[in-house]
Design a protein around this ligand. Structure first.
Ligand code: SAM
Length: 287
């Protein structure tokens, strides 16, 4: 019987962000396939784990994946880790996972940190729907083309970016997306963790002034409805209360209508709710 491939998340900066299950699996498996053996050993030494480690990175992925598959088919259990966060997410892993699927090998996940989810949840931007874009291309023309294609995307957008290209990327975004809200989540879970909220212009000014250092997740508000169609919608002529009433008339429940009106207007749900309940109280009082 073949062994199991464990896809394991590891810390994105804080050594304590490792699950008890991951530590147990690291002890129990025959081998740990790691993107960076030095980072892996640092983590394993910290928790006094002596399991052998082999390298599995961007440059040997194609040759190494078949060897790891062979070991799995022989019955070895193997844990896959990347340098930080979740393997396969802007990191090596896909090749091995796809081949394991093709060979009918059992795969299981040990969930944990990923910078994209951490950046999204601290951003304060809508997180009910989002699109992860990873790293944008280094070449400006290609980067701008992707941003143009994303211009009308209503979901919150999440990017990884290196400090060397952050300023250029923010410049392109400001030009193509206009000045929407965005958040720079820097050095998450580390000593110099910093969350910078503003619009794209403000973030660009801050990066120009202070420079960029460390690791960044960039979260950008999605396009508003009117940006997508270029047309003015009926609700844009209405106040908040009338907007909610219109949605209820269209078949939304009251709770759904409040949520949708908040999303379309870019307002906190609580604020919209307040308008509606105030309105109802006034109606009750006048009856
Ligand atoms: N596999 C990782 C994950 O699940 O998040 C991502 C690996 S990718 C090569 C590295 C990029 O993730 C960095 O350039 C940065 O954009 C982001 N990142 C990783 N750690 C971070 C942190 N502590 N704070 C902010 N961004 C981070």
């Amino acid at each position: 019987m073949s062994g199991t491939l464990y896809i394991c998340s590891t810390p994105i900066g804080n050594m304590e962000d490792i699950t008890l299950r991951a530590l147990r699996v690291f002890k129990e498996v025959d081998l740990i396939a790691a993107e960076d053996t030095r980072t892996a050993k640092k983590l394993l030494n910290h928790y006094e784990i002596n399991t052998p480690v082999t390298s599995y990175h961007e440059h040997n992925e194609k040759n190494k994946a078949p060897k790891i598959i062979e070991l799995l088919l022989e019955g070895r259990n193997i844990a896959l880790i990347s340098e930080a966060g979740t393997p396969g997410i802007s990191d090596p892993g896909y090749e091995l996972i796809r081949e394991a699927v093709n060979h009918g090998i059992k795969i299981t996940v040990i969930p944990g940190p990923s910078a994209l989810i951490s950046g999204l949840v601290v951003s304060g931007l809508p997180m009910d729907r989002f699109a992860f874009e990873g790293f944008l291309p280094r070449k400006r023309s290609q980067r701008r083309q992707i941003l143009e294609n994303l211009k009308n995307e209503p979901r919150t957008l999440i990017f990884y970016e290196s400090p060397h290209r952050l300023e250029e990327t923010l410049e392109d975004m400001k030009e193509i997306f206009n000045d929407r809200r965005a958040v720079l989540a820097r050095e998450l879970t580390k000593i110099y963790e910093e969350i910078l909220r503003g619009n794209l212009g403000e973030l660009l000014a801050a990066v120009r002034e202070k420079g960029a250092r460390g690791e960044y997740v960039l979260v950008v508000e999605g396009a508003k409805e009117q940006d997508q169609t270029g047309e003015i919608e009926e609700w844009q002529f209405l106040g908040v209360k009338e907007h909610v009433k219109l949605l209820v008339k269209k078949g939304y429940t009251k709770a759904e209508a409040v949520k949708e009106a908040a999303r379309l207007r870019g307002l906190p749900k609580g604020d919209v709710y307040k308008y509606v309940t105030e309105d109802e109280l006034n109606e009750e009082n006048s009856n």
